[in-house]
Design a binder for this molecule. Structure first.
Ligand SMILES: [Zn+2]
Length: 475
């Protein structure tokens, strides 16, 4: 008996080691599948599962010693109702799911412990009033995908029809998954691994690019592309927030409005995520991306909600993690106030949009900052950078920008040529500069056709208006 146990533990250990080795040559992808055609019975089953996950989580948390017992064998838990406890049975959670919920708490405790050792102030883990995700650990055991019939089988919960299986490539190695509850429905987030040499990286359209994160133009690249995405809270969201505040606490009406509000938030988050995806996809076409690791939190106190709702902080952290060669420049380095050509510091106020230097350098403020960021990231001194000069925006770069970024209606792209000197004639409202070709209100593809090869000295493109209201304000 003992010998068998040891060998099993050994076997698991070996497999884990092998997997760890294999993961080094792989890249991770997460695919989202939506559970479809849910009958009332299935929905009740799923709701019950999330409820039981919450019960188990809180029960384990109420006495940490419980984490040491075999959690997968727990059949019933006590739930506090009012001021006494009631026994609740766990009927739809599989053994591995239970174990994984316990592991989650252990992971959280470990992470908190690490923070504490590093001198951070940490609080206790709190009880949850809802659990919206259930871990499914082992592919083949806890859950299994049926690619032919578009189904997923989950331990005890049964079979569900899923949408989106076609996204998963055939050679992908399927690992764990998470069952997620969102206001818009139930999803399965499947983690897959693919070998790195199988993944095609984007065609390179440039070697290095510096990115300046700003408030007015959200992103400015060192080659003069300005990417601005505006994802403001929708009118419906504001209306729902108002409505919610008027509902009586604990009433069914309030519950209903809260659900609608959450749904609206989810929608906004998806839009934000898509905008981020597009920007990342574009930046992936460069060999090296340099950006400054400054803190976005400080901005929101100065500039308010516009920063918060743009999702720029999220973009930055994703930039750090998903690009192959991101270089970040120290937070303390001055970039906006320095001349790219000679390195001289200038005193610029926020309203100065153009930097003019005695050395003859004249450039849009944000483009200059992006250039300085790029120079510092690549470790060049101003004198070395003079030879590099200001990179020209190639037609290929324009085309790629129009193709990728133009497909999102919330992203506005403008191109800036000739060191941005054209801007100096109208510092306040650069979009209205007479030297810019009139803003074109056309979708990405048309722009691409009309623009490439024309070689116009300067062009400002508004690839579809952000929303009708802001468009009218500008016109
Ligand atoms: Zn200078």
């Amino acid at each position: 008996m003992n010998a068998v146990l040891v060998s099993k533990a050994e076997r698991i250990k070996n497999t884990l080691r092998e997997t760890k080795e294999r993961r080094k040559t792989q890249r991770v992808f997460v695919y989202e599948l939506k559970l479809q055609n849910l009958s009332k019975r299935k929905i009740a089953l799923l709701e019950r599962a999330f409820l039981e996950a919450k019960w188990l989580y809180n029960w384990l948390l109420s006495d940490i010693e419980r984490l040491n017992m075999p959690v997968h064998k727990v059949k019933a838990v006590e739930v506090k109702v009012g001021d006494h406890y009631e026994q609740r049975e766990l009927t739809v959670l599989g053994s591995q799911i239970k174990q994984e919920i316990a592991n989650r708490i252990k992971d959280n405790l470990r992470a908190l412990g690490r923070l504490k050792r590093n001198g951070r102030k940490v609080g206790a883990i709190k009880y949850k009033s809802f659990v919206n995700s259930i871990p499914l650990r082992q592919y083949g055991k806890t859950y299994k995908l049926d690619f032919e019939r578009n189904r997923v089988r989950i331990q005890i919960l049964g079979t569900f029809r899923v949408l989106g299986l076609h996204q998963i490539p055939e050679d992908a190695e399927i690992a764990n998954a998470v069952l997620v509850r969102k206001p818009s429905g139930y999803y399965l987030h499947v983690t897959c691994y693919r070998s790195k040499d199988r993944c095609v990286s984007a065609d390179k359209i440039g070697d290095a690019v510096g990115v300046d994160f700003g408030v007015r133009s959200k992103l400015t690249l060192s080659n003069g592309i300005k990417i601005d995405f505006e994802l403001r809270e929708t009118l419906r969201l504001k209306r729902l927030q108002r409505k919610l505040s008027r509902k009586r606490a604990g009433s069914k009406n309030r519950e209903r409005v809260r659900f609608l509000l959450n749904k609206e938030y989810e929608k906004l988050n998806r839009r934000r995520r898509d905008a981020q995806n597009k920007v990342l996809a574009f930046l992936k076409h460069y060999g090296t991306v340099v950006f400054q690791d400054d803190c976005v939190k400080g901005w929101s106190s100065r500039f308010g909600g516009a920063v918060h709702s743009s999702g720029i902080g999220g973009l930055k952290s994703r930039l750090r993690h998903s690009l192959e060669t991101p270089i970040s420049v120290e937070r303390m380095e001055t970039t906006t106030r320095e001349c790219f050509a000679c390195g001289l510091r200038h005193d610029l106020s926020l309203s100065d949009r153009v930097i003019v230097c005695e050395c003859g350098w004249e450039c849009d403020r944000d483009v200059n900052a992006a250039l300085v960021i790029m120079r510092k990231g690549l470790g060049l001194s101003p004198h070395q950078a003079v030879g590099v000069g200001r990179p020209e925006l190639t037609p290929l770069e324009r085309e790629t920008a129009a193709r990728i970024l133009g497909s999102n209606p919330c992203i506005r792209v403008s191109f800036l040529d000739e060191g941005g000197s054209l801007l100096s004639r109208d510092r306040r409202r650069p979009q209205h500069n007479a030297n810019f070709v009139a803003s074109l209100n056309i979708a990405g593809r048309a722009v691409q056709a009309g623009l490439v090869g024309t070689g116009l000295p300067s062009t400002s493109l508004r690839l579809r208006a952000v929303n009708p209201i802001s468009a009218n304000c500008r016109l």
